[in-house]
Design a binder for this molecule. Structure first.
Ligand SMILES: [Zn+2]
Length: 677
């Protein structure tokens, strides 16, 4: 599931939003568009985002508990309000059947709010793990410990998903990992911002160790050990742009080959830890393993121990006593993301329960809030988009007939999922107790990890979901060649059954088009109809495709997010291709829907073609603080919201025509426009 391309960054929405803010209604008129958001002092051809959303931005403040605020956060918050209602009902009963979804959700939530137990136990929940780490006599012993641990990091981590060259079978995939700051840039970049984060990070490591009860001298030693180990590791990581290449990151090795590649790493111990030895593995960054093999024994055992303890602490600090929780928030949320105030405990309890109990909670959510009519309507929209995509392929002037046939074969093979899974995961054996927050967190992480391990070398279960039903997001999974739309996003302003069609097409239809286009972006285009890595392109067409994606990279590289901070066009190209494709496909689907009918009338003074683009802009209305923007640029494969509006529409002649633009600040000369699909 880790190759999936989502509509926005996975997990981000979960970690950055929510608040006690009450502005959750978007004063939408009957047509689905918030007319009061428009800033008519700005020309659409100069800055479409400001035109469509300017007054909303002027009247909106990012809540102090958030790093950003916009349509996604507002809808996510609305979903949470609904879930809170479900939860309140569950909390009235103290005797839910052990292992039932109701018991799991209610007791997980209760444990988060049981701050008396949390404070009383302080850091004691860490003890059994720290003792085991201390007992290790070698790095090999630590590898076994690491294998058993569900939620900490080493220089590598793993997931189990379809083998890219045999998508019917799961394979154990080992990926570069182990940087608590998230991306190598944080350790290597010479920018003043990154230097500051490094300085603050070291202070943070030191403080956390002091809070664990360590004396200053030892805390300094631990800080240096941990930081230096991560920095060394960062220098072995490949840049994120290079990790996008599905072929370069597919290095299948038998276990014998893995051992020959890295004789200094005791894989037997590691697999003993996870409880299973795979038949083969895929390695995403061979170079990292070669370098770690040469390095692993030069790092003192004490440093490795400090590092593993730190990884566990980073993963769990939010579930420990107040001092650790506060310091963890201070660094990772305030310093790194600019969030001033931590949310009240009850809101965090809901958020954490929702995140950790995603499927059980989602099941109750869709039973109450997802109408069957939405499923039917979205299914029809998906089929319409498939037809329009095929017509669009036929019209491409740069692609040869043989590649067109192959592209349409792939389009025919697309499958889809809407709303929620047909088959729910069984959590009934997980032991969740109302006064054991830390143990609950570990138990759920262990469940997820064991679930992955149980899939090793087994046939792929195509019914599995990579998101929870209540998420405000969507994804494409190239190995299943499927598009997936959780119930959470199938609501206003993305999909409003009562709204003007043009708004819905600019919103949810463009989302559907976005996910379809992921099947044909720089990564997805390398996978065939059955999900296998498979080159179905003629050599000439591939060169032409590369010229177009190259323009896309150049176009977004020019987008300035903050003074001297630009979008990383290479890293974000898949998402940018998907935005451009999604918009154009949805636009022509809208035109097709009115074929043979009288032209839709003006609404609020706008043509239906103009309303289409307003629908898109409304979905991406957003305010994000500078710190969070910097983090997005460093680690999110999506462009920031303003670019998703302005950089995307400025590629399209259809946009210029709809708004009568002959020039304007956003205007891009025809030859520089990046149109792939
Ligand atoms: Zn996407």
């Amino acid at each position: 599931m880790h190759k999936i391309s989502s509509f926005l960054i996975l997990g981000l929405i979960v970690s950055v939003l929510s608040s006690c803010d009450k502005r959750i209604s978007t004063k939408n008129n009957d047509h689905g568009f918030d007319i009061s958001a428009i800033d008519s002092t700005v020309l659409p051809c100069d800055d479409f985002d400001q035109f469509a959303n300017g007054m909303w931005k002027k009247n909106t403040q990012i809540p102090s508990t958030e790093s950003s605020w916009g349509a996604f956060e507002i809808l996510y918050k609305a979903n949470e309000e609904k879930q809170k209602g479900i939860l309140d009902g569950l909390l009235k009963n103290k005797n839910h059947k052990k292992g039932s979804n109701e018991q799991l959700i209610a007791d997980y939530y209760r444990a988060f709010l049981d701050t008396i137990s949390v404070e009383k136990r302080k850091t004691a929940p860490l003890d059994p793990y720290f003792i085991e780490i201390d007992k290790a006599a070698s790095y090999s012993d630590l590898l076994k410990f690491y294998g058993k641990m569900p939620n900490i990091d080493n220089f590598f981590n793993f997931y189990v998903d379809a083998d890219q060259k045999d998508t019917k079978t799961n394979i154990f995939t080992i990926v570069q990992s182990g940087l608590a700051l998230g991306d190598r840039e944080y350790y290597l970049s010479s920018s003043a911002d990154m230097e500051n984060i490094r300085k603050e990070y070291k202070k943070h490591i030191f403080k956390m160790h002091r809070l664990l009860g360590m004396d200053s001298l030892k805390a300094v030693v631990a800080t240096n050990s941990i930081y230096n180990l991560e920095a060394k590791l960062a220098s072995f990581h490949k840049p994120k742009e290079l990790m996008r290449d599905p072929i370069a990151t597919y290095n299948k090795r038998t276990i014998a080959e893995l051992k020959a590649l890295t004789p200094n790493i005791n894989w037997d111990k590691y697999f003993e830890g996870i409880g299973k030895t795979p038949k083969a593995v895929v390695i995403d960054n061979l170079d990292l393993f070669a370098k770690m093999n040469a390095t692993v024994n030069t790092i003192p055992l004490a440093d490795w121990k400090a590092y593993f303890k730190w990884q566990l602490l980073v993963a769990t600090a939010g579930n420990l006593n107040k001092e650790l929780d506060k310091e963890n928030f201070h660094f990772f949320r305030t310093i790194k993301m600019g969030i001033a105030v931590q949310k009240p405990r009850d809101e965090r309890a809901l958020r954490n329960t929702n995140r950790t109990m995603g499927e059980p909670f989602g099941k109750l959510f869709v039973e109450k809030y997802f109408p069957a009519s939405s499923k039917k309507k979205i299914g029809e929209m998906i089929e319409n988009l498939r037809i329009v995509y095929k017509e669009r392929v036929d019209k491409l002037d740069w692609m040869s007939d043989s590649t067109k046939v192959a592209a349409k074969t792939k389009l025919d093979a697309f499958t889809y999922k809407i709303g929620f899974p047909d088959k729910w995961k069984d959590y009934s054996k997980v032991d969740i107790q109302a006064d054991k927050l830390f143990e609950n967190v570990m138990a759920m992480a262990k469940y997820d990890s064991d679930f992955q391990i149980s899939k090793i070398d087994k046939p792929v279960d195509k019914s599995e979901w990579g998101m929870t039903p209540q998420e405000v997001n969507a994804y494409y999974n190239p190995m299943n060649n499927e598009v997936v739309f959780p119930a959470g996003i199938l609501q206003p302003p993305f999909y409003n059954p009562n709204a003007d069609d043009a708004i819905n097409y600019g919103a949810i239809m463009a989302v559907i088009g976005h996910e379809f286009t992921h099947g044909f972006d720089d990564q997805g285009s390398q996978f065939g109809p059955d999900g296998n890595l498979n080159d179905w392109w003629s050599a000439v067409d591939k060169v032409k495709f590369g010229e177009r994606t190259g323009k896309m990279v150049a176009h977004y590289n020019k987008f300035e997010v903050l003074p001297n901070l630009f979008v990383n066009g290479e890293f974000t190209q898949g998402e940018n291709i998907a935005d451009q494709g999604g918009l154009i496909l949805a636009y022509y689907a809208l035109l097709k829907s009115v074929e043979g009918k009288p032209e839709p009338k003006l609404i609020d003074g706008f043509t239906y073609k103009q309303r289409f683009f307003l629908g898109w802009a409304q979905v991406w209305r957003d305010k994000t603080n500078d710190e969070a923007l910097k983090q997005l640029i460093a680690s999110d494969p999506h462009s920031p919201p303003k670019a998703r509006i302005n950089a995307a529409v400025s590629n399209l002649q259809e946009f210029y025509d709809a708004w009568g633009c002959k020039g304007g600040k956003m205007f891009v000369p025809v030859n520089d426009r990046a149109i792939v699909w």
